[in-house]
Design a protein around this ligand. Structure first.
Ligand code: UD1
Length: 420
């Protein structure tokens, strides 16, 4: 497994361009199963999660062609049974459920299981499908869904931690080809859900209210092939902004959507980080003095859970007491012990992490536990003195396109150590 060797203490300077959003492209690729016609998706990031999704689509019978950052999918015929091993590897693969139900009225998908950030149930996904008339049974690790007809319904999709992003995506993708009208209450408002709805609308779906907690979908008989460019990755952009701040550098981030990043930009500015916005470009630098801040992760448009770990790395460098409260995934604090290896002083009290910041960080070997935790360790390693070795960076490759190359382009001393 590859590792990343970081020589810290080098301020990042220069320009970086944001890639397409992982969390938008996965459901959009899945949605290509809804039509036998050809779909062309542009600005697709080169990520292992995207490769997995391409393999899953191919295993379901679709023809998939990758040409640079353009992926062409044509699913003339579809098999409703997903490959057990492929799906188990990636939580995001659950988003094939909705398209399979929409197109085939049948889906058989291996249960995605838990992961280090929490139990990650799919009860809300199944509630959505049942509301449209599907029967659900679990057998041999597979969840099998079937419906003679899919009929639109009013569905309240809120859960214990609020709306569900992929649950909303799944219900939307089934409902576009159902009979009649479906209303989703407590729908996720994330920009990635909006991008998916935009893609579906171009295909001929009738969707209103997207971006708000109430989405109304009027089913249509068929959908058509389209071309689409995926939105930029707001989590990647936020990670580069934080990297600029922790290293006391100045980075200009191109091709981002600052309008998708209000909560993050607002918190960074409250912490004293300087952000100059000009259209789709942001220039980020540390500012004169950093101040401690408190952050609570929330569904969009609140502070994203996917930036919590990176924000914690910044807090570790700010003199004073900062608190992060995690409200989306209960066990998403795996990075705390690893940040402590670099010298950070962080304690966990229930759903909150209390960061006593301002102690100098020094490099150490650390272990990446999940995607965003890995990003936090890379960010912290760049701020630490000496060498940091981040092991198991396959997590990073799942969600950050060419991260080592992009960081080197900003002057970081980062080297990938390939291990067979
Ligand atoms: C998506 C993102 C992930 C992000 C998360 C929250 C993708 C590929 N992944 O994941 O990066 O961290 O949104 O913004 O887009 N829940 C239930 N029952 C369900 C489904 C979810 O209780 O059936 C709970 C979860 O345990 C969690 C909360 O709802 O506490 C939000 O999860 P959800 O929005 O569904 O996350 P994902 O869509 O899996």
């Amino acid at each position: 497994m590859d590792s990343l060797l970081i020589k810290g203490g080098v301020p990042l300077h220069g320009d970086v361009t944001v890639s397409g959003a992982k969390n938008a492209v996965l459901p959009i690729l899945a949605a290509t199963l809804l039509t036998p016609e050809k779909c062309v998706i542009r600005r697709v990031p080169d990520l292992t999660d995207v490769h997995f999704m391409a393999e899953i689509l191919a295993s379901l019978g679709a023809q998939v062609k990758v040409d640079g950052d353009t992926v062409t999918v044509q699913a003339r015929k579809v098999r409703p049974v997903g490959n057990y091993e492929l799906i188990r590897k990636m939580r995001g693969s659950i988003c094939i459920l909705g398209p399979l139900m929409g197109r085939m009225r049948e889906a058989s998908v291996s249960l995605p299981g838990g992961c280090v950030i929490g139990t990650r149930p799919i009860d809300l996904h199944l509630k959505g499908m049942k509301s449209l008339g599907a029967s659900v049974e679990i057998e041999g690790g597979y969840v099998n869904l079937k419906a003679r007809r899919l009929i639109g319904a009013d569905v309240f999709l809120g859960g214990r931690a609020g709306p569900t992003v992929l649950g909303t995506a799944n219900l939307m993708m089934a409902a576009v080809l159902a009979e009649g009208v479906t209303t989703i209450e407590s729908a996720a408002c994330e920009p990635e859900v909006v991008d998916l709805a935009f893609f579906l609308s171009k295909m001929g779906a009738k969707i209103v209210g997207v971006g708000s907690p109430t989405i109304t979908i009027t089913g249509v008989k068929e959908l058509h092939g389209v071309e689409h460019e995926v939105i930029p990755d707001r989590i990647e952009a936020a990670t580069f902004a934080i990297a600029a701040a922790v290293t006391d550098g100045e980075v200009t981030i191109h091709g981002a959507r600052p309008d998708h990043m209000h909560a993050v930009l607002d918190k960074l500015q409250e912490a004293g980080v300087k952000i100059e916005r000009k259209g789709l470009t942001m220039t980020v630098s540390r500012g004169r003095r950093l101040k401690p801040v408190d952050v609570t992760t929330l569904p969009y448009s609140g502070f994203p859970t996917d930036v919590q770990a990176q924000m914690m790395a910044l807090m570790a460098l700010i003199p004073g007491l900062s608190i992060i409260t995690e409200r989306i995934f209960e066990s998403r604090f795996m990075h705390v012990a690893e940040l402590a290896r670099l010298g950070a002083d962080i304690s966990i009290e229930g759903p909150s992490a209390i960061v006593k910041g301002g102690r100098p960080l020094s490099g150490a070997p650390v272990m990446a536990s999940d995607l965003r935790a890995s990003a936090a360790l890379v960010v912290a390693g760049m701020a630490a003195s000496g060498k940091t070795l981040v092991n198991r960076i396959y997590h990073l490759d799942r969600g950050y396109e060419k991260i080592d190359q992009k960081l080197r382009g900003l002057g970081a001393r980062v080297q990938r150590i390939e291990q067979p």
